[in-house]
Ligand binder design. Structure first.
Ligand code: GDD
Ligand code: MG
Length: 351
């Protein structure tokens, strides 16, 4: 059994953050996103992983290398032009064996992957799809199933009138690799729109595994911020790299003395807070962020190397790497600043 992680999308909804940092390696509190998926594969005893890439593959390879440091063997398959979610899996076929786990490279979940694999083997299914209930299913792939858990219909991004269920495709599949014979080679196609419907038409047994725990697609600014709130709030459990202080976490290589800290927050390695800086609930400073006296950061994610000037206030915002925020600037809810953005003194934006 091996895994394929689909990580070739351009992450358009997370622009401008993803213009320089592809979605698979955006920091989630203290680590690049795909580390969470590699940890999940550990539970199921999977160590051989194919990263299927198209957009900025070099940035992703630079982060994970051959995977040895994480106890994995990672292979990179890079598309010249994007092949879609189906074409990408087909493209990885030469590196696979009997059973393949497929992950969308942007879902964060605590699903019990070992139990999904066990269920798949016990049912003798051709494919098992992890489903999860969500309040607004229209933005996802809708999946209907019968009383025995057998999938009966797959409907990607339905019109509101077609919504018949709240269970959606969670972006995690276990496939008998032999089913890839239904996929055309070398052409762009969608696993959701083409492959699953084709499997159902052929009469294959496709089973569901409904997950009612934590699940989020990090692909929009709102969801990206939300998953940080969820980690800080303990709704998604991660052992963060830091010491517990004042209701939050600070890395041992961060300077926080004299700052006013109100948890939960995360202050990463190399961060320097001036005396009188205020770090409020929901603040994540990933790495080497400087916050000046009188500045305040809450409910926001600030990437490596950013500098927050005196008296500035950041709330409900996403700040990419090496952003410079001047004196008394206000950055409010919904603001997303790309790498290297420079906000002159007294600027107001967002909110
Ligand atoms: N290699 C490769 N090549 N990967 C791709 C390509 C491609 O051409 N296109 C997309 N991907 C990757 C993306 O990087 C992402 O990790 C994953 O495939 C899914 O693509 P998204 O663009 O994020 O799709 P979505 O979120 O709109 O919908 C998908 O995910 C939902 C759950 O989050 C579908 O699978 C839905 O059915 C599902 O409900
Ligand atoms: Mg997505």
């Amino acid at each position: 059994m091996k895994a394929v992680i689909l990580a070739g999308g351009e992450g358009t909804r997370l622009r401008p953050l993803t213009l320089t940092t592809p979605k698979p390696v955006v920091p989630i509190v203290d680590r690049p996103f795909l580390r969470h998926q590699l940890d999940m594969l550990d539970q199921a005893g999977v160590s051989e992983v194919v990263f299927s890439l198209a957009y900025r593959p070099e940035r992703i390879e630079a982060v994970f290398g051959d995977g040895r440091a994480l106890g994995k063997h990672i292979r990179y398959v890079v598309e010249e032009t994007p092949l879609g979610t189906g074409g990408a899996v087909k493209n990885a076929e030469p590196h696979l064996d009997d059973v393949t786990i497929v992950f969308n490279g942007d879902v964060l979940t605590d699903v019990d992957l070992a139990a999904v694999v066990r269920g798949h083997r016990d049912s003798g299914a051709s494919a098992t799809i992890v489903l999860t209930p969500v309040p607004n299913p229209a933005a996802y792939g809708l999946v209907e199933f019968d009383g025995a858990g057998r999938v009966t219909r797959f409907l990607e991004k339905p019109d509101p009138a077609q919504i018949t269920t709240d269970t959606i495709n969670a972006g995690i599949y276990v496939l008998q690799t032999s089913t890839l014979e239904l996929m055309p080679a070398g052409v762009n196609h969608s696993i959701e729109r083409a492959f699953f419907p084709a499997l159902l038409r052929r009469g294959d047994r496709v089973m569901s595994h409904v997950h009612r725990g934590y699940w989020i697609d990090i692909g929009t600014p709102e969801k990206y911020l939300q998953c940080h709130r969820d980690i800080l709030g303990g709704r998604f459990r991660v052992a963060l790299d830091g010491d517990a202080i004042s209701g939050g976490w600070a890395h041992r290589d961060a300077v926080v003395e004299g700052a006013e800290l109100t948890g939960p927050f995360y202050i990463g390695p190399g961060c320097r807070l001036a005396a009188g800086a205020r770090i409020g609930p929901g603040a994540v400073l990933t790495q080497s962020v400087q916050v000046a006296a009188g500045a305040e950061v809450g409910d926001s994610v600030v990437w490596a190397g950013s500098v927050i000037g005196p008296g500035a206030r950041i709330d409900g915002a996403l700040l990419g790497a090496a952003v410079r925020i001047g004196r008394d600037v206000r950055v409010g809810p919904g603001a997303v600043l790309g790498e290297g953005a420079l906000l002159p003194d007294f600027t107001r934006c967002g909110g």
